[in-house]
Design a protein around this ligand. Structure first.
Ligand code: NDP
Length: 435
């Protein structure tokens, strides 16, 4: 805390990992002597820059942009770009730190990074978004590269924004390389990248349930968010026979007791990404549903829960309510959606609880596969990619079982993910000596 004042999200993320790693390191002198945890918790570099752009009324606007390159011990820095007014250096440092472990867990050669801006895309015209993205890339381009640092999308950055940024990168450098992932299929993107984070989270959830001899058939699911991760998690839950009861956005949540089926999910996708509307409009289209303003959905009784919106959206008291209502499993689609109190409550209740760095790794995994396809200048088939995604999620689940087994049939997935991710990165750093 002293070293990183005013960075609560970053301190929270490091503390969560440190709690598990201290146990693991207790009898491993090499990690202590080499100060490995401290080195991973100090980003390789944080680049902060001005992003200047002109709005439609001709006003000059000034935003701040960042790229946090946390660690490249096992591959080029890799991690998304977030455009949201809540973005700060602390938020991006926490995300880059988490990304380092997540990327290691996928088994693919990717280091950890994250970037973004406090730019608020809501209410901006398409031309304003384009001008902002171009200005952002005009500085960012000098810090990234297909073998250096490969950003992707995140909150507020979808296919459209990646297109504007990739176009600008190509224009400045005169190179067509795999410098960004989440690209359009016509220009180097990979099939199933859009679906991968949400689908992967549900595959992970199914893997956890399978350890108890259960599956998703007939299970009720409460999901937060209504963006890329939430809608694709909902889609996969429905495909596997579950019933989705809620979705949300920063205005509140909708509860549909009839279940949010594929047709309704398609409506939400179009409403949020094409019409740029609010989730509260859902009740006009589907009147059996109710909208609860300014609240998160955790009070709705369910079998499984998937927080898929943002960090610290599921607090200790929410975790208590979920457990009291009989929730059996929680798989995080978002990054660090559960605060530390909530994590401790899930662990104490011994429910199946997967941290984002394990359960939402499907997106970056398929980004890694996009990088491979770009390097090879080819595109793999959808069936091949679906199978690779399933295999990677299964592999991450196995790593969690290996390092998180607490005996008595209980797996601490947080501990498992932290140790497995840490070990891989730490061992690479040891091999490099003191650098
Ligand atoms: P989107 O921008 O597509 O959707 C974000 C959703 O979360 C929207 O419904 C948004 O509501 C809501 N949201 C954002 N900020 C807040 C907030 N402060 N309070 C309440 N709701 C909020 O982003 P993604 O779906 O891509 O990302 C969601 C989460 O998943 C993030 O934590 C991200 O880091 C994580 N993630 C994403 C990956 C990906 O591949 N996209 C990969 C791995 C993790 P509103 O429309 O009102 O803003």
């Amino acid at each position: 805390k002293k070293r990183n004042p005013y960075q609560p999200e970053f301190v929270q993320a490091v503390q969560e990992v440190a709690e598990d790693i201290f146990d693991f390191m207790a009898d491993k002198e090499q990690y202590h002597a080499q100060q490995i945890l401290r080195r991973i918790a100090e980003p390789d570099r944080v680049v902060s820059f001005r992003v200047c752009w002109e709005d439609d009324a001709g006003n000059i606007r000034v935003q701040r942009g960042w790229r946090v390159q946390n660690n490249n011990a096992i591959g080029p820095y890799k991690g998304g770009i977030r455009f949201h007014p809540s973005v700060t250096e602390s938020v991006l440092k926490f995300l880059a730190f988490e990304q380092t472990f997540k990327n290691a867990l996928t088994g693919l050669p990717m280091g950890g990074g994250k970037g973004g801006s406090n730019f608020n895309p809501k209410g901006k015209s398409v031309r304003e978004i384009m001008r902002f993205c171009q200005s952002f890339m005009t500085e960012l381009y000098r810090h990234i590269g297909a073998d250096v640092d490969v950003p992707a999308g995140d909150i507020g950055v979808g296919g459209r924004e990646i297109g504007y940024m990739f176009g600008q990168y190509k224009r400045i450098t005169n190179q067509f390389t795999g410098v960004l992932t989440g690209k359009g299929l016509e220009w180097g993107g990979s099939l199933i990248r859009t679906e991968a984070t949400g689908y992967g989270a549900v595959y992970f959830l199914a893997n956890m349930l399978a350890t108890k001899g259960e599956d998703l058939t007939g299970k009720t699911a409460v999901i937060s968010g209504s963006g890329n991760v939430a809608t694709h998690a909902a889609e996969k839950i429905v495909q596997l026979g579950g019933k989705v009861l809620t979705l949300s956005d920063s205005g509140g949540f909708i509860h549909d007791p009839d279940g949010i089926d594929q047709e309704k999910i398609d409506w939400v996708k179009a409403h949020k990404t094409v019409r740029r509307g609010r989730i509260e409009d859902y009740v006009a289209a589907y009147p059996n549903a109710t909208f609860v303003a300014g609240k998160t959905p955790w009070g709705v009784p369910c079998d499984v829960a998937l927080p898929c919106a943002t960090q610290n959206e599921l607090l200790g008291e929410d975790a208590k309510v979920l457990v009291a209502n009989g929730c059996k499993a929680v798989a995080e689609g978002a990054n660090m959606p559960t605060d530390l109190d909530g994590v401790h409550i899930f662990k104490a209740a011994k429910i199946l609880y997967a941290p984002g760095k394990a359960s939402n790794a499907g997106g970056v995994a398929v980004s890694g596969l996009e990088m491979s396809q770009n390097s090879e200048r080819r595109s793999w088939k959808e069936e091949e990619l679906q199978q690779m995604l399933k295999d990677i999620m299964l592999g991450i689940h196995q790593s969690c079982l290996e390092y998180g087994d607490q005996g008595g049939g209980y797996t601490d997935y947080v501990k498992g993910a932290n140790i497995a991710g840490f070990k891989k990165v730490a061992d690479a750093m040891l091999a490099f000596g003191v650098v």
